[in-house]
Design a binder for this molecule. Structure first.
Ligand SMILES: NC(=O)c1ccc[n+]([C@@H]2O[C@H](COP(=O)([O-])OP(=O)(O)OC[C@H]3O[C@@H](n4cnc5c(N)ncnc54)[C@H](OP(=O)(O)O)[C@@H]3O)[C@@H](O)[C@H]2O)c1
Length: 255
């Protein structure tokens, strides 16, 4: 029998995990949650506290063979993807020249390439009313010195998502790019290996709960963007009103 499913990448931690928990409580018409990440123990812990049935998929989303296997799995399963949440991602703070190239390109693979492939692969299994939520970032609003590659990957995610939202409207599929500022998660354990977060950013941190509830509301209302919290809404406005060159110079000075 055909199953209605939700697919969440990056479900082992932070925002992806929070999506699973909030949707587990709020969504009654879902048969199975497909939870994706590399750390199986974390996925198991999450599955144990969820009411819904789960399918745990331990994979590295930047591994093209694993992605082929995932495509095969979808092909063999009788499913409709009601929601895809691409939350797998990471960032590295620090000077462009100081971060090893391999790690910078890994950011491109995980944040951009894998997200694009996952979206492409799952689209044929979506129906009218299906939703896609892509984790972008407020880093997408403006180039960011000392967060250069990460910010560029998130600009890609925002641009792709908004274009797809317009493009897929004819199928009744809605895409929301989520653009939070800093969120309390393990993100910064990885991000701060080569540099530090600006002190001012720590002042405007929000919880994963707030980020996810804002994102789900925006997705429900078919909005192409979700910007959680007043400080990031103000930041977005500032990037539109003020000369970007000036903001960039200030950001570089603060770093
Ligand atoms: N926290 C923030 O301040 C913030 C702000 C704006 C946007 N975001 C974005 O929100 C998303 C979620 O971040 P988070 O804050 O929840 O960070 P997090 O707690 O570090 O979670 C990142 C998730 O991505 C998964 N992941 C990373 N690389 C992967 C790979 N190669 N294959 C499969 N899964 C992978 C991790 O799982 P495994 O390690 O188990 O594979 C983990 O579940 C990211 O796209 C991030 O850029 C975060």
């Amino acid at each position: 029998m055909m199953k209605n499913i939700v697919i969440i990448t990056g479900a082992s931690s932070g925002i992806g995990q929070e999506f699973a928990l909030q949707m587990d409580t709020a969504f009654s018409n879902i048969d199975e949650f497909w939870l994706i990440a590399r750390r199986e123990d974390r996925l198991l812990e999450l599955a144990q506290v969820m009411e819904h049935a789960t399918r745990l998929i331990t994979m590295d989303v930047s591994d093209e063979y694993a992605m082929d296997d995932f495509e095969q799995l979808l092909e063999e399963s009788d499913v409709t993807v009601r929601m895809l949440i691409n939350a797998a991602g990471f960032g590295l703070l620090g000077a462009f020249e100081d971060i090893p190239l391999e790690e910078q390109t890994e950011m491109l693979y995980v944040n951009c390439e894998a997200l694009t492939k996952m979206t492409y692969i799952t689209l044929p299994y979506m129906a009218r009313g299906s939703r896609i939520i892509q984790m972008a970032s407020s880093a997408a609003f403006l180039p960011q010195p000392d967060f250069a590659v990460y910010a560029a990957t998130k600009s890609y995610v925002l641009s792709l998502s908004r274009a797809l939202n317009a493009e897929l409207r004819y199928r009744g599929i809605y895409v929301t790019a989520v653009c939070p500022g800093p969120v309390y998660t393990e993100f910064f354990d990885i991000a701060e290996q080569y540099g530090n977060t600006l002190a001012v950013k720590k002042l405007v941190m929000i919880t994963a709960e707030k980020c996810v509830s804002t994102a789900l509301r925006a997705s429900y209302h078919k909005r192409d963007m979700a910007v959680p919290g007043i400080p990031m809404k103000a930041f977005l406005l500032a990037t539109k009103l003020l000369p970007q060159e000036g903001i960039l110079r200030i950001l570089a000075m603060l770093q």
